[in-house]
Design a protein around this ligand. Sequence first.
Ligand code: SF4
Ligand code: SF4
Length: 206
Amino acid sequence: MSNKYKKIVVNNEVVIRLDDENIDYIIKDTKNLIKFCDKNNYNVSLIYNGKKIDEKYLKKDIKDNLRDMITIMHAINIKDKYKRYDYIYDTVCNYLDEKIKTNYCEFKDDVCLKYRIKNPNHKNGCCECKGRGKCKYLIDSVCTMKSCMACKLFTCHTLKKKGINQNINDFVLTKYFFNNKEKDILQFSYWTPKEIVMEKLIKRVR
Ligand code: SF4
Ligand code: SF4
């Protein structure tokens, strides 16, 4: 992997020249890039194979690491912390929603894989559980909140045994833009609307 990567600053903008060789290396340096840009109030611009690229590129059929790099640039360029976190939260939730559409919990007639094995009369998977009861946002077996990152990330023991596992560090935006305590807030605030999670995160930077 190439490690040729210079932070060239032109008119308050860090210009990064990407190619297929150096992109993974640059992504691994994201924490330093965020620190450098936030400290100096710099934006980032990306040159990929000699051409300036922006978010419009996300609509194209591009490699995952290039997609990740564009979202990193976009997040760094949002200087308001609330708006930056809002973008990260929504972007990661969109990725997770796409995965949920594959029905990896194998729901059939509202009964998921785990409970088909454990108790086939139990509907609604982990949106309903012993002790805690049914989540108040679950109405007619449908999640009416739709914005809880922790719920979307959760994979139970049954899924893990099948090799289906999701983690807050699977996504560059949550991996690099938050510290461990903030990641815990995102990963473990189950049954909690986005606004409340955002409030908890923002309190940490005030
Ligand atoms: S995570 Fe496990 S318990 Fe929850 S819905 Fe999926 S299979 Fe069921
Ligand atoms: S908020 Fe979470 S627990 Fe509640 S219904 Fe939605 S996915 Fe299920």
